[in-house]
Design a protein around this ligand. Structure first.
Ligand code: PFF
Length: 467
């Protein structure tokens, strides 16, 4: 395959647009919702340290592999892998790794859209002042009221899915590039505004200390969670970064670009932590509440401190923008693939795929209310069952999809992508795409990709599956 091939879907104006797109994909609910609550649960700085190591040794090599493969293949991840495999004399079955990734990304989108819908509902709630002076019980009821109402959940889920599909349907340049040029600066402005606000709460240093002080005893608990999160937060393992790589200009340096994206994602996660924890402390609350941090703890905090209502709106707007720029990257691999495969217009392909995803998302909507007792992977007195109607044990539809994607499909996809780039793709092709000037640096990156990252991922997968 020639290195001068271009993608039929378009090409970014510069490497900066790739950085915007990949950072837009990476920065999402994972940074603003998951990272702060996981840090809260696993003991602050100790978790942050493990997380940073996982990003460097596993997350970045996978991101590099995806970007490089995408740019070399210039097609949707599935066709990229099958073409590159053919050119390297390997089996085209490698493309199944991208098929799994594509399905994984759509499954993530199905529930991501529901959770992003909650943020939309909270923007409205904050604007209406529903949280002023609210207490713990009130905030819990507000959240419970939302999740127990399938109609309200479906309306927000539909709206968010429409927003996502609209951007994708308009194409790589007119849709993605143009939207990201607005969303990403907006995201940074909102985040900085929130950080500025948290500095005025009088509890800023308490928040920072919590984030960076560490308790070594808690390190072991957080390791597996940190490794899994490194995949989710960088959006690697599903082909989203690979498809964006396919639109990257030839001249851009892959190494420094990937490093920039990883750095930006980490900076946003840490800034989100620094912006949120002081607010939680200022309201006299605890940061170790788990997933409820964003939708229960924070609203109480915003409802009870000066200026909280306005900044509550800013916060949920930030969450929505971050989720939106991530959601579009989940749809793109499949849309690019079916456009290539069927020759139909982007509009048609996007409508069908987004509709399918929306339908699967209804499963998540219902798993919070009418179908809360429909459980999968249940172990009870009479053994293991794939499915049971019970209120105890097992996982709801939402939890099952979240588990299946984040804990299994993403790491497995990531493993196959690094193995492909490190062991199947010709070394000279790899060197040519990476275009690093220093031999030592090249050897370091190549060994990270061939040995360190696959070994790390295997450890996560095996430990996860044997739990
Ligand atoms: N990186 C996103 C986040 O941190 O919220 C989540 C994500 C986006 C996962 C895109 C997978 C993906 F393909």
């Amino acid at each position: 395959m020639s290195k001068d091939t271009v993608s039929i879907h378009g090409i970014w104006a510069s490497r900066w647009v790739f950085i915007l797109a990949a950072t837009g994909s990476a920065v999402g609910l994972g940074n603003i919702w998951k990272f702060p609550y996981m840090t809260g649960m696993y003991g602050g700085g100790a978790f942050v340290l493990v997380y940073l190591v996982c990003i460097a040794l596993i997350g970045l090599p996978v991101m590099l592999a995806e970007t490089l493969l995408g740019r070399r293949g210039r097609q949707s991840p599935v066709n990229t892998l099958s073409t590159l495999a053919r050119c390297s004399g390997a089996s085209e079955r490698w493309s199944w790794a991208a098929v799994m990734g594509m399905i994984g990304a759509l499954l993530i989108l199905s529930f991501y859209s529901v959770v992003a819908g909650w943020a939309l509902d909270y923007i409205l709630g904050m604007v209406r002042g529903e949280f002023s002076g609210i207490d713990g019980a009130g905030a819990g009821q507000r959240f419970g009221g939302l999740t127990s109402d399938p109609v309200r959940l479906t309306i927000w889920h539909s709206l968010f899915m429409l927003l996502t599909a609209w951007v994708i349907a308009r194409g790589v340049v007119a849709g993605l590039e143009r939207t990201l040029r607005i969303l990403m600066p907006l995201l940074f402005v909102l985040l900085l505004a929130l950080l500025g606000y948290s500095m005025t709460t009088g509890h800023f240093m308490e928040g920072v200390r919590f984030l960076f002080d560490f308790d070594l005893a808690k390190v072991p608990d957080g390791i597996l969670a940190a490794m899994g999160h490194a995949f989710f937060t960088l959006s690697v393992g599903v082909g989203s970064i690979m498809v964006f790589g396919a639109y990257m200009p030839r001249k851009a340096s892959i190494g420094s670009t990937v490093l920039t994206v990883g750095l930006l994602d980490t900076v946003v996660a840490l800034t989100a932590g620094m912006a949120l924890f002081p607010v939680v402390f200022a309201a006299g609350l605890q940061p170790n509440e788990g997933p409820g941090l964003m939708f229960v703890t924070l609203p109480i905090a915003f409802g009870n401190i000066a200026g909280g209502n306005v900044f509550g709106v800013v916060f949920f707007l930030l969450v929505t923008v971050a989720a939106w720029s991530s959601a579009i990257s989940m749809l793109e691999p499949a849309v690019a693939f079916f456009v290539e495969r069927t020759g139909r217009s982007r509009g048609q392909v996007t409508s069908v795929i987004a509709l399918l995803c929306w339908v699967v998302g209804l499963g998540t909507v219902l798993s919070f209310n009418l179908l809360a007792d429909a459980r999968f992977f249940v172990t009870d007195a009479d053994g293991w069952h794939l499915y049971r109607w019970t209120s105890e044990g097992g996982m709801t539809f939402f939890e099952s999809i979240d588990y299946l994607t984040s804990r299994i499909m993403l790491p497995l996809g990531g493993l196959l992508f690094v193995l492909f780039a490190g062991w199947v793709l010709d070394r000279d092709v790899f060197r040519d795409e990476l275009a690093l000037r220093h031999q030592r640096l090249f050897s370091l990156v190549y060994s990270l990709l061939r040995y360190v990252a696959p070994a790390g991922i295997l450890i996560i997968l095996v430990t996860e599956l044997s739990k």
